[in-house]
Design a protein around this ligand. Structure first.
Ligand SMILES: *Cc1c(COP(=O)(O)O)cnc(C)c1O
Length: 389
């Protein structure tokens, strides 16, 4: 009898629970209109919130940079992989976020693993919101620190955690915009609490950076949080910025510490320099083309008004993440399938990604969606309404 029988058993169990995950293969660029298995779909699934993933100006910047710097990073940043476009992007991200410095990582997942495991260890605490992104929870485990979680977006519950043991160091970590619910962390209350308790605050603003604020500065901009209010700001570049990678921004001292001690920074190849060059162009567009954010807000407001009027249950979100709460996994899948037959693609999110009985259709909006796209979605939702009652 093999010791590895749990592998086929786990697969079979996933199938039986209706939780088996399958990938789609796109035959088109990432966009609101995608081609999958010869079919065109209107999609509300990606995190390309500003519609930049396929912007010709980003592609041109990457092309120019590739002719100058080649394709691969070829080494880690600390060996010879730190190339001019990387450096320029770091300088510009620091300036944009109003921090001393910014440090690039190859992905947001690696930024979170690296930063948290560098900053805390066995004798420390990491205090996290219950709904934080998987990478933040994994990071806590990797660090060896004691993980304490608090009720979702509840500053009083956080206070309880901070007061429970005041001897050890505490790192407080929260998503800026929660990825499966779309609500925004109450940083105006969380930041002062952290300061009061000498806890270091880290915000992962993967879904807010580029999207929220007049200039796209994200949660730090809308709450007006300086470097001393919010010492560790993580942003990702694969979502609103339309490219790939991530950064952490903060004080000179913290960034130097992370360079020295973050293993996911030290032991990995730098991102292709052309990606960094394209991201510099993206940063200009994010700051200047505020119409993208304004268009998004108007899509979101109209969607909320009309979907609620149809009797759908939405969540408390002003962000481009607008989940339609269904509850039962089968019903959520049924609705997703019915929409798919109408040429509309929306991902059903089910356990274990979200808690049991909170399966949902995670609708995400992009500045690339038109008014007609939204109307098509609303019409289809109207036609499918009876499935969810
Ligand atoms: C997407 C996401 C990440 C991971 O970023 P990648 O660059 O895609 O690895 C981290 N945190 C949150 C909250 C995210 O939504």
């Amino acid at each position: 009898m093999s010791k590895w029988r749990h592998i086929p058993e786990a697969l079979e169990q996933r199938r039986q629970q209706g939780l088996y995950r399958k990938r789609l293969t796109l035959a088109s660029p990432q966009s609101c209109h995608i081609k999958v298995e010869g079919q065109e779909y209107l999609a509300f699934c990606n995190n390309d919130y500003l519609g930049l993933a396929n912007d010709p100006r980003l592609i041109e910047s990457a092309r120019v940079a590739m002719s100058q710097y080649g394709l691969g990073g070829g080494a880690s940043h600390l060996v010879t992989g730190h190339i001019e476009p990387h450096h320029e992007l770091e300088v510009r991200l620091a300036e944009f976020t109003g921090r001393d410095r910014a440090l690039l990582f190859s992905t947001g997942y690696m930024a979170n693993l690296g930063v948290i495991s560098a900053l805390v260890g066995r004798n420390d605490k990491v205090i996290q919101d219950k709904l934080n992104h998987a990478s933040l929870l994994d990071a806590a485990q990797l660090s060896g620190a004691r993980l304490l979680r608090y009720a979702h977006n509840d500053p009083e519950a956080l206070r309880g955690r901070l007061e429970s043991d005041t001897d050890s160091r505490s790192l407080v970590v929260t998503d800026g915009v929660f990825s499966m619910d779309g609500d925004i962390a109450l940083l105006d209350q969380i930041a002062p609490l952290c300061r009061e308790h000498d806890a270091l605050l880290m915000v992962d603003d993967a879904h807010g950076f580029g999207v929220l604020g007049g200039e796209g500065g994200g949660c730090a901009e809308i709450f007006g949080l300086s470097q001393s209010d919010l010492p560790l700001l993580v942003g990702t570049l694969g979502k609103a910025f339309g490219t790939a990678g991530a950064f952490v921004a903060g004080s000179e001292e913290l960034i130097e510490y992370i360079i020295q001690f973050a293993r996911t920074y030290i032991y990995t190849t730098s991102m292709p320099p052309a990606v960094a060059a394209a991201t510099c162009t993206s940063l200009d567009i994010v700051r200047e083309e505020s119409w993208r954010r304004e268009h998004l807000v108007s899509l979101i407001q109209q969607f909320r008004r009309e979907a609620l009027a149809l009797g759908y249950q939405l969540m408390d979100s002003d962000s481009p993440i607008q989940p339609i709460l269904i509850g039962e996994t089968e019903k959520a899948l049924e609705l997703a399938n019915a929409l798919r037959k109408k040429g509309i693609l929306i991902t059903a999110i089910r356990p274990p990604t979200v808690p049991a009985n909170t399966s949902r259709l995670r609708v995400t909006f992009s500045a690339g969606h038109t008014q007609q796209d939204l109307e098509r979605l609303l019409e289809a939702l109207q036609q499918c309404r009876e499935m969810t009652v």
